[in-house]
Design a protein around this ligand. Sequence first.
Ligand SMILES: CC(C)(COP(=O)(O)OP(=O)(O)OC[C@H]1O[C@@H](n2cnc3c(N)ncnc32)[C@H](O)[C@@H]1OP(=O)(O)O)[C@@H](O)C(=O)NCCC(=O)NCCS
Length: 168
Amino acid sequence: MKIRLLDKDEDALAFRDIQIEAIRDMPEAFGETLEEALSKPDSEFQSKLSDRGNGDFVIGAFEKDRLVGVVGFHRHPLTNSSHKGYIWGVYVRPDFRRRGIAMALFKKIIHKAKESRDIHLLNLKVLTKNEGAIALYEDLGFSIFGTEPNSINFDGKAYDEHCMQLVI
Ligand SMILES: CC(C)(COP(=O)(O)OP(=O)(O)OC[C@H]1O[C@@H](n2cnc3c(N)ncnc32)[C@H](O)[C@@H]1OP(=O)(O)O)[C@@H](O)C(=O)NCCC(=O)NCCS
């Protein structure tokens, strides 16, 4: 397995593909619907991989050149909050789960965040029912600091999300 940053030219189509699969797999875990994601131009997926000089990136795991897992990192843009990074879009393809891929992706992100020296907190949100992902985050040292009731409203049903944080 190879772990590397995704490139806006080389990886945009594979990134679009895996993001759409993630929404199909767990539509209640995402802010946008499948229809919204499908209607977006390729350039929107590409722009998420572009280096805009703000420290944001998406990291991917590859098995034999196939993108099988992704995690996104977004740094808070405002100066007084720029010590915070947000993790988004965590997804590993079903056939590749429980092989340590998400763990390896997070370790790389934590390493990169530490390298920057001025990022001290990593935050993420996770559905309260997503026990597997919560177990992963707790293994990594994240802890729950709050719960947002009715955080996601999907298909007429409300889902709560935990807010989790890792101090690095
Ligand atoms: C959650 C997810 C990213 C985990 O990816 P993964 O590559 O399978 O995770 P890893 O193999 O690195 O797991 C590392 C550890 O996390 C915990 N863990 C991961 N998945 C788990 C599960 N389904 N149940 C219980 N513990 C789990 C375990 O402690 C595991 O170590 P172990 O396999 O030695 O017991 C993956 O299941 C997935 O993509 N799920 C659908 C999308 C999703 O839930 N994304 C998170 C949104 S916040």
